[in-house]
Ligand binder design. Structure first.
Ligand code: NDP
Length: 466
């Protein structure tokens, strides 16, 4: 890297970052590469939520879970598979070996950019001072990148439940599990546990899973998950959780029914990790409701020497967003290259079975802005013709009627996250439906459907749209 940053000598460091997760590591190593003197404070291991307790271990378990269906499907293609068995302990051990490797990679990346790693909990003492254990360090700039942590309602018996943190390291596969919540984490774990053989019940307080996603995506995914044997209890709340004499848990539902399960997991959202960091005393403004750090488009907090990136700011809580925010901060502050990121049209995926890929507006959001054309296709993927699996793929485009710009692309089905990455570029670039159609499909694939959808859905009648 260029080493373009001119060091000041007034402080111990040019930058102290609190939190060695995705956003913090990206910002710190770039700043270090540009010649800044940087320290990262981390109380656990480098890597943060994504690498140690989130995206990476979850995706490894998702891969593990896929083999169950792959083996069933193989029979339709002439394979005879003897009695297969699954060893949860072996999967968890293999996953942990990989996480240890990644921890080392992250540490080497930081040290390779000349970044000091300060082990311990960092507390902001004043706008230029951070305390770590019994030592204090000064810095011209402080970056807060401490992420979030599972948050659960104070339901009686909540001390008996697990969150995604523990679900990733259970000593054995639970025979049955109740999962409270209908968001990313709840549904991804429901898919993992169900495929591996647990009896899974998802409990949601609303009428459908994945609030905020396109309505067709929500209902299609829920239908396919139910088809795989996952029970979804809609408009249901948990009254209490109590241990039973045989080591299970009794979950009392708002319907007064009792559910007895081996484990209860809560995935009811995550809260920014801002408590006990000294932020309020240092003058950093927090959102009174969520506790998130308030920042502007440059990730600047209300204190001129303090910035914040990633989940702790509760903008779009996704790893690639934190990485981008961290990069923009480092480019702006240490490479004389002012950059901000836009949080619109961020593609996202839910690694359920089948998975979801999405970018841009939902039909509901687009209709609120003006007239739209809707293209929707449901089909059985070719792979399942011989295997006989009754799983359908959904693909949907939302197009602005006047400009013909594609406002949103959504998919539920095999490979949806991989497919949507490319279409994310197209939607982000503001391409029109005609430009989509001008691209020749790759045949035979599911993805080609996105460039061959010709028939618009009829407009909903006024009664239906109310
Ligand atoms: P989400 O915000 O996605 O979902 C929370 C769920 O919990 C919702 O279904 C919500 O219901 C429900 N809920 C909230 N409070 C209560 C309550 N008091 N009682 C009952 N239900 C409740 O959070 P997650 O924990 O699933 O994930 C956190 C974030 O992590 C996500 O928003 C996402 O940004 C990120 N993430 C991304 C992944 C990916 O990219 N694949 C994977 C995992 C996480 P309701 O809909 O009614 O509000």
């Amino acid at each position: 890297m260029s080493g373009s940053f001119q060091r000041t000598t007034r402080y111990d460091y040019d930058l102290i970052t609190i939190g060695a997760g995705s956003g913090g590591v990206r910002a710190s190593r770039l700043a270090g590469g540009y010649g800044a003197k940087v320290a990262v404070v981390e109380e656990k291991a480098p890597g943060g939520t994504c690498v140690l307790r989130g995206c990476v271990p979850k995706k490894l378990l998702v891969y593990g879970a896929h083999f169950a269906e792959e083996m069933e499907d193989a029979r339709g293609y002439g394979w005879t598979i003897g009695e297969a068995s699954f060893d949860w302990g072996a999967l968890i051990a293999a996953k942990n070996t990989e996480l240890k490797r990644l921890e080392g990679v992250y540490e080497r990346i930081l040290r390779g950019s000349g970044v000091d790693i300060l082990q311990g909990r960092g507390v902001v003492v004043d706008p230029h001072t951070v305390q770590v254990g019994d030592k204090t360090y000064t810095a011209e700039r402080i970056l807060i990148a401490v992420g979030g942590w599972p948050s659960l309602p104070a339901v009686p018996g909540h001390e008996h439940v697990i969150t995604s943190n523990e679900a990733l390291d259970l000593p054995e596969l639970p025979a049955s599990i109740a999962i409270v919540g209908g968001g990313f984490i709840a549904l991804e774990f429901a898919g993992i546990f169900n495929a591996l053989g647990s009896d899974v019940t998802v409990i949601i307080r609303g009428d459908e899973v994945l609030r905020g996603f396109d309505q067709d995506v929500r209902s299609h995914l829920a239908h396919e998950m139910e088809r795989k044997g996952i029970r979804i209890r809609r408009e249901t709340r948990v009254q209490s959780i109590e241990p039973t004499a045989d080591g299970q848990y009794s979950v009392l539902l708002s319907t007064d029914e009792e559910l007895v399960v081996a484990k209860v997991m809560y995935a009811t959202g995550r809260a920014p990790n801002t408590r006990g960091l000294g932020l309020e005393a240092a003058g950093v403004e927090l959102d009174p409701k969520s506790g998130a750090i308030k920042v502007d488009e440059w990730s600047r907090t209300s204190v001129p020497s303090i910035w914040a990136v990633g989940d702790v700011t509760d903008r779009v809580n996704l790893t690639p967003v934190a990485l981008n925010e961290g990069r923009c901060f480092a480019e702006t502050e240490f490479n004389n290259n002012p950059l901000t990121m836009t949080h619109a049209n961020v593609p996202a995926a839910v690694f359920t079975q089948p998975p979801v890929g999405t970018v841009g507006l939902t039909e509901e959001q687009a209709r609120a802005r003006g007239p739209v054309d809707i293209y929707l296709s449901r089909f059985r993927p070719m792979k399942y013709t011989l295997s006989g699996r009754e799983e359908k793929t959904l693909m949907k485009l939302i197009v602005d009627r006047e400009t013909q710009v594609v406002l949103g692309a959504h998919m539920v089905g095999v490979d949806a996250p991989e497919i949507l990455q490319g279409f994310g570029v197209a939607v982000r670039a503001g391409l029109t439906k005609q430009q989509f159609d001008a691209c020749v499909g790759i045949h035979p694939t599911a993805a080609e459907e996105f460039v061959t959808m010709r028939d618009k859905l009829p407009d909903p009648s006024p009664e239906c749209s109310e």
